[in-house]
Design a protein around this ligand. Structure first.
Ligand SMILES: C[S@@+](CC[C@H](N)C(=O)[O-])C[C@H]1O[C@@H](n2cnc3c(N)ncnc32)[C@H](O)[C@@H]1O
Length: 353
């Protein structure tokens, strides 16, 4: 037996720490992510509400095995989601889990938990080697996330709700900071459930027509959404199509968190298709994250979003230099850049002919 000298003990403790750190960084993310998504799906935060609640009561309310629920809550409490009170096995909400009790935040967590997201990441090392993501194998023979979602209407609905949730959170700031006063027709390309164009119309009575443009399957599904349809502005119109082929004529095109889904080659094609439909003097408003050009140790979580875009759809988050490259490739000019105060907030890049 090796003698347990203080030096040996110290080395062992250091190695245990390294081991746990590496395991946590490599596998812990999956466990934490799955645990958080489970909490969102079970809607535990809403079940706790404003008062602490025992695991026994919670298990009955959300329909779970009490012991497993306790272990889930204990683990999530380690990362700031829920907090065990002085009283054993009684939990209360934290700032994070209180957010999770709200539909918009919950929708976003449910989206990141979609099976296509987890499957996609299985082949990330191949993406880094090849310089391109190919999900055909992990998505059971379907090449893209968009086509995969079409085969899973429930997942597509979760995705759509999450997109609307993002928009609901961002809308007031983005609409307030953008000038739509000179446009008769504004068209949101890849507008999903039409939340953003609806908000633009609400804030801009001078716009004559607001078009929500998305894939025909998305538009068909929107038309079945009676609750939403009841609230629609009479100026709201919906068009299904493919923005690589043809888009409606408009004075202003809005692309919010849409071009980051596509690589430069595809983004150039989309912008060229817009360029051929633009009315004279029309503008293109691109709302996306704007990464700083500089090497910066304080880069935000957007660099992780960038990897996600790469893996899920060969997309990317862009720097201003990246947008300048796209401007050269499309022949469109960058008229103005409205950089958000923080990198993890959405910026606006305006293109014109
Ligand atoms: C990331 S979502 C952005 C949704 C919305 N702009 C927002 O910020 O909430 C991208 C949208 O582009 C749509 N889309 C993908 N390919 C498309 C295509 N070829 N033509 C039109 N829309 C497309 C998707 O259906 C999806 O709604």
């Amino acid at each position: 037996m090796m003698p347990m000298t203080p030096e040996v003990m110290k080395k062992q403790a250091e190695e245990a720490e390294l081991m746990h750190k590496l395991i946590d960084l490599s596998g812990g993310a999956v466990q934490k992510s799955r645990a958080l998504v489970a909490a969102a799906r079970l809607n535990i935060a809403a079940a706790i509400g404003a008062e602490p609640k025992s695991c026994e009561k919670l298990a009955l309310e959300v329909g779970c095995d009490e012991e497993c629920l306790y272990r889930l809550m204990r683990a999530l409490s380690q990362i700031g989601i829920f907090k065990e009170t002085e009283e054993s096995r009684v939990f209360e909400n934290t700032r994070l889990s209180t957010a999770l009790a709200q539909d918009n935040f919950r929708d976003l967590v449910m989206m990141t938990g979609l099976s296509c997201n987890y499957r996609a990441w299985e082949v990330f090392p191949e993406t880094v080697k090849r310089g391109k993501s190919d999900l055909t194998e992990v998505l059971g023979g379907i090449p893209t996330i968009w086509q995969f979602l079409k085969t899973r209407p429930e997942d597509e609905m979760v995705f759509g709700k999450a997109m609307s949730a993002l928009t609901n959170k961002l809308t007031p700031m983005l609409v307030a900071q953008s000038d739509f006063t000179k446009f008769d027709t504004v068209c949101d390309l890849g507008g999903s459930q039409g939340t953003f164009i609806s908000a633009i119309l609400r804030a801009n009575p001078t716009i004559k027509e607001g078009i929500n443009f998305d894939l025909p399957t998305v538009i068909e599904k929107n038309k079945l959404n009676e609750a939403r349809n009841k609230q629609l502005d009479p100026r709201f119109k919906e068009v299904g199509g493919d923005f690589f082929k043809e888009v409606p004529a408009a004075d202003c095109y809005v692309l919010k968190n849409t071009l980051h889904d596509w690589n430069d080659e595809c983004s150039v094609k989309i912008l060229k298709s817009i360029a051929s439909a633009m009315k004279p003097g029309a503008k293109i408003y691109v709302y996306d994250f704007l990464l700083s050009n500089e090497k910066n140790e304080n880069l935000s979580s957007v660099v992780w979003m960038d990897l996600n875009m790469l893996q899920l759809c060969n997309g990317k988050e862009r720097t201003l230099a990246n947008w300048e490259h796209i401007s050269v490739e499309t022949g469109l000019k960058i008229e103005r850049v409205q950089r958000a105060p923080k990198e993890n907030m959405t910026s606006l890049v305006i293109f014109t002919k």
